[in-house]
Every structure is written in structure tokens, then in C-alpha cells.
Design a protein around this ligand. Structure first.
Ligand SMILES: Nc1ncnc2c1ncn2[C@@H]1O[C@H](COP(=O)(O)OP(=O)(O)OP(=O)(O)O)[C@@H](O)[C@H]1O
Ligand SMILES: [Mg+2]
Length: 461
């Protein structure tokens, strides 16, 4: 048990008091008369001086020393707020000052350290990639929020577990082993299933080292590249679709031209028939190339609609007049329900393209003697246009896909009508460039309604 300086001081005082008493008892019998009083007074005086000196020593050295020891004990425990009381910069007080300075610096360092680790923690937690830190023995030391989301594992479940107990992916094991063995970065990709979705994850295993270049562990990064894969797939599909679409008319044109070249005795009627087919097919090629170029133009980042104040009612009526003849030929009734003077800020030529595309679709996918109803009205802050047919309709599961490039519900029928499957993709782009919305409602054999909403004032919707 440690003895305090107060205790030590009390012991000294007690001993000197006993010594004094001893001296009084020893010396007093040796002197006579009034000298006795003088001796006793001298001894008491000497005792008082010794007491004062000891008390001064206690105050100057022992007590501050005690305090410094207590502060150091607190610092060792990690309490960097502990301070000792110092009056001057001399002697023991100087030591107290130094200890206080040390405590102050430690407190600052500790504060900075905590701030850095908080910042680091925030960065790691909010990264868009999953992180897993392994020590040299393959035990998981740290994971972040994204990792938890990707693999549905909590921190408590994985910390201090071996990596192969946490993830059951052969490619992960391989990456860990290669990275540890060759002490180099390794990349690979894995797929994981989350509910209905399959996610593509790129994994990167990066070994890390200390200052003496000894391997300290492995950082695993998991990037979700599903979106990229999807875009890549769309691009591949697009190239495959374009090639396929171009192949059909080119093969046909080539075939008929070859037949005519090979056979000199071919009848003029047949030549006319073949040339008509060649003409039709080249026409199809032309419209395909036109639509592709159009779509490319619309998809360019810098594409902007040319905005003007336009009378949408006039545009709708013009388009209906344009297709009237065709609808008549197909024995279709065209009903108009267009409010007059529907002004909006938009690109007249592009909106015409939208309405014509929708009208052609309504005509192409109608049944004989069908009916098409065109309605345009103001539903603030929009102008609403609906084109409703009672044609063949679209199966529910395909409705979401009809805006995809080249997507056709019935390939044969669309080809018959000369469709390329790009019309609605173009329509959607134009509507969105106007900050508008397009909606479809359809039922097989009952009909289809396309609704477009264009903001009356561009940029305010
Ligand atoms: N009104 C409609 N009724 C039924 N099906 C429709 C209708 N409009 C579009 N579709 C379906 O959506 C598909 C995509 O239409 P889209 O206009 O993009 O292509 P398309 O008409 O085949 O060719 P084009 O590029 O020449 O317009 C069509 O092939 C058709 O199957
Ligand atoms: Mg179409």
C-alpha cells in the first residue's frame, strides 16, 4: 500500500515531537532554576522551526510530487484530460508544468487520432464498393456497409472469422490465395443472387505491407458492375439486331438481282416483279438507316429540341389529315376530339414525328373496320394527347419492352407493315427531350391507348 506524503509528513512531525519530549526529559533534570524554562523554551522553539521546515518541504516537494504521480497514473490509464496544479516554473512545479504540457499534447494527439479514424470510418462506410480486410492468417478484420448489403452478413457474423467461412465463392478463395502467394493485386468477377436479381461483382484483392515490406494483410474490394454489364449487353444486342435487320433486305436484294443476272430469258413481267421487290427492300433499308441515324442523333448528349411557342392543336390536326387516306384505305374510322388553341413551348417538327409514329402504329396494329380516337386537351401544367385504338393490343408482359430499340411484339406482322421496331424508341426520346411523359395502356384484342403529356412551359414542369 502506497503511503501518501501527508502520512510521511505526520510521521516526521510525530517523531520530532517525541524526540523533543525525550530531549526535554533528558536535559531538564541536568539544569537548575530559571535555566530550565529557557531550555524548555529553546527546545520548543527548535521544534517549531523544524515543524515549519518540514511543513515547507511538504508543501513544496511532497504534495506536488503526489499530484504529479496521480496525473501520470491518469495519463497511463488514457485519461488525457488530467492536469496537475502548478504555481511557478521552478523545482517540482516545473515538473508539473512539463507533465501538464505532455498531457495537453497527448490530449491533442488523441483528439486528432479520433478525428482521423472517424473520417476514415465515414469514408469506408459510405463507399459504393464493398470492403473486406483480411489479416495475414485470412481472418476478417473489417467490413463496410456495402459488403453487408451485398452479402447479407452482419459485422458481428464475420469479424474474426476465416474468409472461407464468410464467402463461399471459389473465385474469392483463388484471389485470396494468389494475392497472398504472389503478393500482387488480383482481379476476378463473381455473380451473386439477390432475391430475383443476379448481380455481377468485380473483385479486387490488394495485398498491403508495412514499412519493412512485410505482408500485413489483404484488402478486398467488391464493385457492383451489374449496370455496366447491362449496358454492354444492350450494346451487343443492338449490334446483333442491326446486323440482323440489315441482313434480311440485303439478302433479298442480292438474291433477286442474281436471279435476273443469271437468267437472260427472264420474262419482262417477272423482271418487273423482281425489281418491285428490290425497290421495296431498298426502301426498307433506307428507312432503317434513316431511323438509326435519327435515333443516334436523339441519343447524343448535346441533342436539344428547338423550342418555340406552338399551337399543338394545329400540329395534331395536320398529322391526322396526313394519315386520313391510309386509315380510309384500311377501312378505319378516325375520330377527333382535339381542343383548339392548345399552345405550348415545344419543337413542332419533332412533336409531329411523335404523333405520326403513334398514328401509324394505331393504323398498323388495328383490325379491319376498327376505330382510332385522337384526343388532345389541357390538363394543367400539361397538354395531354391520347391516341386510342381498338386493335390487336399488346400482351401485358411485353408492354414495358415496346420502347426498346427493335422490339416488336409480333416480328412477322411488323415486318409485313414495314416496321423496323425503332419508332417508339424515337417517340420516347422526343417526349423525354420535351420533359414529357409517355404512358401505355393495352389489352390483347381490346386495344391500345398511348398517352403523352407535354409540359405547357418547358423547364417549369
Ligand atoms: N397501337 C399498337 N397496338 C398494338 N401493338 C403496338 C401498337 N404500337 C406499337 N405496338 C407494338 O410495339 C412494337 C414496337 O413499335 P414501334 O413503333 O417501335 O415499331 P414498329 O411499329 O414495329 O416499327 P417502326 O419502327 O416502323 O415504327 C410494334 O412492333 C408492335 O408490336
Ligand atoms: Mg411503329
Amino acid at each position: 500500500m502506497k503511503k501518501s506524503s501527508k502520512f510521511t509528513f505526520s510521521v516526521f512531525i510525530t517523531i520530532t515531537s517525541f524526540l523533543l519530549l525525550g530531549l526535554i526529559f533528558m536535559i531538564v533534570p541536568l539544569v537548575q532554576g530559571s535555566d530550565r524554562i529557557v531550555v524548555v523554551l529553546l527546545l520548543i522553539g527548535a521544534h517549531a522551526v523544524v515543524f515549519m521546515m518540514l511543513y515547507q518541504i511538504y508543501l513544496t516537494y511532497l504534495k506536488p510530487n503526489e499530484q504529479i504521480k496521480a496525473v501520470l497514473a491518469e495519463l497511463i490509464k488514457g485519461n488525457y484530460t488530467a492536469r496537475s496544479y502548478e504555481k511557478s516554473h521552478h523545482g517540482v512545479d516545473h515538473l508539473g508544468y512539463a507533465v501538464n504540457k505532455l498531457a495537453f499534447n497527448l490530449q491533442n494527439l488523441n483528439r486528432q487520432d479520433k478525428m482521423h479514424s472517424r473520417q476514415l470510418h465515414t469514408v469506408i462506410e459510405n463507399m459504393e464498393s464493398g470492403i473486406m480486410l483480411l489479416d495475414t492468417k485470412g481472418y476478417v478484420q473489417l467490413i463496410n456497409r456495402k459488403f453487408t448489403e451485398l452479402f447479407d452478413k452482419t459485422e458481428a457474423e464475420v469479424t474474426n472469422q476465416l474468409y472461407y467461412q464468410v464467402l463461399d465463392q471459389k473465385k474469392v478463395y483463388q484471389a485470396v490465395q494468389d494475392a497472398f502467394l504472389y503478393e500482387e493485386t488480383f482481379k476476378n468477377s463473381i455473380t451473386i443472387t439477390k432475391g430475383q436479381n443476379r448481380l455481377f461483382i468485380e473483385i479486387v484483392a490488394v495485398p498491403f505491407f508495412n514499412e519493412s515490406n512485410d505482408l500485413r494483410g489483404l484488402v478486398f474490394v467488391f464493385h457492383d458492375i451489374t449496370e455496366l454489364k447491362h449496358v454492354d449487353q444492350i450494346r451487343k444486342d443492338f449490334v446483333a439486331n442491326v446486323s440482323h435487320e440489315l441482313k434480311t433486305p440485303v439478302t433479298s436484294i442480292k438474291g433477286f438481282a442474281e436471279t435476273m443476272l443469271d437468267d437472260d430469258a427472264i420474262e419482262p413481267a417477272m423482271i418487273h416483279k423482281f425489281l418491285t421487290i428490290i425497290y421495296k427492300e431498298s426502301d426498307r433499308l433506307q428507312s432503317l438507316i434513316h431511323d438509326l441515324l435519327e435515333l443516334t442523333k436523339l441519343e447524343q448528349e448535346e441533342f436539344k429540341v428547338e423550342l418555340k411557342r406552338i399551337n399543338f392543336s394545329v400540329i395534331v390536326n395536320d398529322c391526322v389529315t396526313f394519315v386520313k387516306e391510309l386509315a380510309h384505305k384500311r377501312d378505319l374510322e378516325l375520330k377527333l376530339n382535339v381542343d383548339s388553341d392548345l399552345f405550348l413551348t415545344g419543337d413542332g417538327a419533332r412533336l409531329k414525328q411523335v404523333i405520326l409514329n403513334l398514328l401509324y402504329n394505331a393504323i398498323s396494329y388495328s383490325k379491319d373496320h376498327g376505330q382510332i380516337v385522337v384526343t388532345a386537351k389541357r390538363t394543367h401544367p400539361w397538354i395531354e394527347l391520347t391516341i386510342k385504338d381498338n386493335g390487336i393490343g399488346i400482351p401485358e408482359e411485353m408492354i414495358d419492352r415496346i420502347f426498346e430499340r427493335f422490339y416488336r411484339v409480333d416480328q412477322a406482322r411488323s415486318r409485313e407493315t414495314g416496321g423496323t421496331g425503332l419508332g417508339l424508341a424515337i417517340v420516347k426520346h422526343i417526349v423525354e427531350a420535351h420533359e414529357g411523359v409517355i404512358e401505355v395502356d393495352s389489352q390483347v384484342d381490346i386495344g391500345t391507348t398511348f398517352k403523352i403529356l407535354i409540359p405547357i412551359t418547358h423547364g417549369l414542369s
